[in-house]
Design a binder for this molecule. Structure first.
Ligand SMILES: Cc1cc2nc3c(=O)[nH]c(=O)nc-3n(C[C@H](O)[C@H](O)[C@H](O)COP(=O)(O)OP(=O)(O)OC[C@H]3O[C@@H](n4cnc5c(N)ncnc54)[C@H](O)[C@@H]3O)c2cc1C
Length: 433
């Protein structure tokens, strides 16, 4: 008998790790992923500012699993009738029970020009591309537009704005240092303390023709975040939304809510209200759709996480509805929690298929009840945390975010990565900042 787990994100890895402990020894467990690594996607935006973090947030699957067989293949289809997974290389894999954990793809909603001109942020290569484009934008004090203010949009906008704010501060410090040098040289020449006006005059004269100085940013990079709904992080509690909004504004992000993108050209985004916003870089985080292997659909799964008796769909690949009939937001938190329930149910189904007689009733399955303890996001060097009804920011929020991220990595056995992540998040090891 074989259980196939398709996709090794939060859902797939959590599920596999749990099944490794509980499935009978003679049941084969296969984990399929097209990258061969587990990406801690909720930290992907960090790579825009800290590229060396890539080593911390990607873990080879063979380091994570014990008895599961890892296959690095791209899934192109799941034939539920035939119990067959099809791969891009033409091979197939038969299964008795499958868990589809393929995550989501970026949705461009057929908005003219958006897919062509914008860079999404879902995979490692996207983060690299966003960073390279942003480096060019920094050279010319350009303007970045981020379309979509969900979890990924607010966090990438926060990272870019933090870089811009740091650049401005560095430029201001350089200017102060230059002025101080002029003051000292005037003091030495006149043997009298120089007035501020004299320093400014001398400074302007001295650097009038100094090209490099002229190139220092006056304003620096600017970042605009567009959201069609009335607030950022639209699927989250109101107090959390307000705190995220304030953190973004504090870092200089131009947040525009009620701003619906209609189309894009090579240098401008056009909104439905007729506004045109020129850009040097356009990042699209405006929505998700189902994986190609599921024809782009995110099927609705009930709280048992089962699509049919032997196919489970877990995480962003599905629209998961919990036991209270509430839709669980697409998030790492939902994926991990649902995967624990799905693992229990797969276990029961495997037992049933092994022992059961034809015509037996299916086993009673556990139900997923999504009761979130809270939410956490980073906004540049800051963070916003909501625990129960309380929302807080600053070091405490950052420490909690680092702890939760580290806790997750430890829970899947990546202890070294957990320690590194906490150290990097708390600035104990600054890496390449
Ligand atoms: C920048 C960013 C920041 C985020 N921040 C947060 C946050 O702060 N908090 C939060 O809760 N959530 C956050 N999220 C959302 C969260 O990352 C997702 O909801 C979560 O990753 C979903 O988990 P998953 O296991 O369903 O899918 P994924 O983690 O996307 O995993 C899917 C896996 O399937 C593999 N795969 C996909 N297609 C194929 C194929 N055809 N063949 C083989 N393998 C395939 C992929 O390589 C991947 O390993 C963020 C997302 C982004 C992009």
């Amino acid at each position: 008998m074989r259980v196939a787990v398709l996709g090794a994100g939060y859902a797939g890895v959590t599920l596999t790790k749990k099944l490794e402990r509980t499935l009978p020894e003679d049941v084969e467990l296969v984990l399929v992923d097209d990258t061969g690594v587990h990406l801690v996607q909720h930290e992907l935006h960090r790579l825009v500012r800290k590229p060396s973090l890539a080593d911390v947030i990607t873990i080879p699957l063979t380091d994570l699993v014990d008895r599961a067989e890892v296959r690095e293949r791209r899934v192109t289809g799941v034939d539920r009738e035939e119990h067959l997974v099809r791969f891009a290389d033409g091979t197939t894999l038969s299964y008795d029970v499958a868990a589809v954990c393929l995550g989501a793809e970026t949705a461009f909603y057929d908005l003219p020009g958006v897919e062509e001109h914008a860079t999404p942020l879902k995979r490692l290569e996207h983060a690299t591309r966003v960073r390279e484009e942003f480096d060019a934008v920094r050279e010319r004090d350009g303007h970045v537009v981020v379309g979509g203010a969900g979890l990924s949009g607010v966090q990438v906008a926060g990272e870019l704005a933090q870089v811009a704010a740091d650049d401005r501060e560095a430029a201001a410090q350089a200017e102060t240092a230059e002025q101080e040098e002029v003051r000292i040289s005037l003091d030495e020449a006149d043997a009298e303390p120089a007035t501020d006006e004299a320093v400014d005059d001398e400074f302007d004269t001295e650097f009038e023709d100094f090209g490099e100085f002229d190139a220092l940013p006056e304003e620096g990079v600017t970042v605009t975040l567009l959201e069609q709904f009335d607030s950022v992080a639209p699927n989250f509690p109101e107090r959390f939304q307000r705190a995220v909004h304030d953190q973004l504004v504090e870092r200089g992000v131009d947040v525009r809510t009620g701003a619906t993108v209609e189309r894009a050209t090579a240098d401008a985004v056009h909104l439905t209200d007729g506004t045109t916003i020129e850009y040097d870089q356009f990042i699209w985080t405006g929505g998700i759709r189902g994986p190609d292997a599921m024809a782009g659909d995110r099927p609705v799964v009930r709280s048992t996480l089962s699509l049919d008796r032997t196919t489970f769909v877990v995480g962003d690949a599905a629209r998961m509805v919990d036991d209270d009939g509430e839709a669980a937001p697409a998030s790492s938190q939902s994926a991990i929690r649902a995967a624990r329930v799905a693992a229990e149910n797969i276990d029961r189904m495997v037992d049933h298929l092994r022992d059961g007689e034809a015509g037996d009733f299916d086993p009673r399955l556990d139900r997923f009840d999504f009761d979130s303890p809270g939410w956490l996001v980073s906004v540049g060097d800051g963070a916003v945390a909501q625990v129960g009804p309380t929302v807080f920011t600053g070091r405490a929020a950052l420490a909690l975010k680092a702890t939760v991220g580290g806790g997750y990595l430890s829970s899947v056995g990546a202890v070294r990565n957990a320690v590194d992540l906490v150290n990097r998040e708390l600035g104990i090891d600054p890496g390449d900042e």
